[in-house]
Design a protein around this ligand. Structure first.
Ligand SMILES: [Zn+2]
Ligand SMILES: [Zn+2]
Length: 349
């Protein structure tokens, strides 16, 4: 096969990879779940359900076209910076070696525990730790202005499609892959320290069985226009598609709610949980005080960098000003306080 064709194929390889959320098998199951929800829970006719699921207005909207172009460019970008994946491996391995040298408290009866129990414990731990760190980093993305400048790219979607998951600034992608490396490094080193080569992951098609279950259960519907809501009690435990759609809402009462990826318990514990609402009534996007959304590649790629630069420049100026105030008594720094150069008072003139 020719090289350009290989390159083209590798851009779309996530659709054939069960480790990725957009694996075609998961997308087909999400469509099936959407139909069951609309026909059974919403009592729609089949015709109306088909119209709703394959709504042309959604899939050909400016926002969705923005998703498709950033998907394509982010994939090309990732292929060109594949050494970054090596960095991820280096971080995980380095962390593993550092933590492995630490004298952790011994795990009592580690040698006598059945292998199955260790494998189950490792599978659950890595899933829960991964979900917790996703929650923490996502929360930082909203709370820290520099990170929010990057995360706005994701939130600038005005409707959601399964490809909105790729609508992220590449720098956010790097932060999240380092988070993943950190999580794996920590979990692996502690488990190997305690249980040696009994440690293994329960997988289906090479994927952590819990991640696989989450994906089979319609994970793609989080980024869709199908607002499936769970029972109230279940929304304390698992984030429903409608809860994540609410996370994208411009309404002030929905700001900084539902940061969770899979588990809702983190939102519940740390006070950011919001139960789902009727999502057909939600307006999605960035909200007041933010720049107008135009879904252009400039807005998604470059504007965040410009914002970060301006923010850092403002910060640097404020720091320089403070330093000038502190040193004013001992240094002649009037020029910093009066950058125009006119430091004379009227009396002196
Ligand atoms: Zn967010
Ligand atoms: Zn989202």
């Amino acid at each position: 096969m020719s090289q350009p064709f290989d390159f083209f194929l590798s851009i779309f390889e996530h659709f054939g990879d069960p480790k990725k959320r957009v694996f075609l098998g998961y997308i087909l199951l999400s469509i099936l779940i959407a139909f069951i929800w609309l026909l059974v829970a919403r009592k729609m006719s089949l015709r109306a359900a088909i119209k709703k699921v394959f709504d042309k207005k959604i899939f050909f909207s400016k926002s969705s076209r923005g998703d498709y172009s950033i998907f394509f460019l982010n994939r090309v970008f990732t292929l060109f910076i594949s050494p970054l994946l090596l960095t991820q491996l280096v971080v995980a391995t380095g962390l593993f070696h550092v933590l492995h040298r630490i004298d952790w408290p011994e795990f009592p009866a580690a040698a006598s525990l059945p292998t199955l129990l260790i494998v189950v414990a490792f599978t659950v731990t890595i899933f829960v730790l991964d979900d917790l760190t996703k929650y923490i980093v996502h929360r930082w993305m909203h709370k820290w202005p520099l990170l929010w400048a990057l995360h706005k790219t994701h939130h600038s979607a005005t409707n959601l499609t399964p490809l909105t998951i790729y609508r992220t600034h590449p720098l956010e992608g790097i932060i999240f892959s380092l988070r993943s490396a950190f999580t794996q490094g920590v979990a692996l080193s502690i488990f190997f320290y305690w249980f040696g080569d009994k440690v293994d992951l329960m997988t289906v098609l090479g994927v952590n069985v819990l991640v696989f279950t989450f994906n089979v259960a319609g994970s793609n519907l989080r980024h869709s226009h199908i607002g499936i809501r769970y029972w109230r009690w279940l929304e304390y435990v698992l984030i429903s598609p409608a809860q994540h759609q609410l996370h994208h809402s411009v309404a002030v009462q929905h700001h900084d709610k539902n940061f969770g990826a899979t588990l809702a318990v983190w939102d519940w514990l740390f006070g950011s949980l919001h139960h789902s609402v009727e999502t057909d009534d939600l307006t999605l996007g960035l909200g007041q005080g933010e720049p107008d959304i135009d879904h252009s590649l400039y807005a998604m790629y470059l504007r965040p960098l410009v914002e970060i630069y301006r923010y850092l420049r403002r910060g640097a100026r404020a720091i320089a000003f403070k330093i000038a105030i502190w040193f004013r008594p001992i240094l002649s720094v009037e020029w910093l306080l009066h950058p125009s150069g006119n430091t004379k008072t009227k009396d002196q003139e």
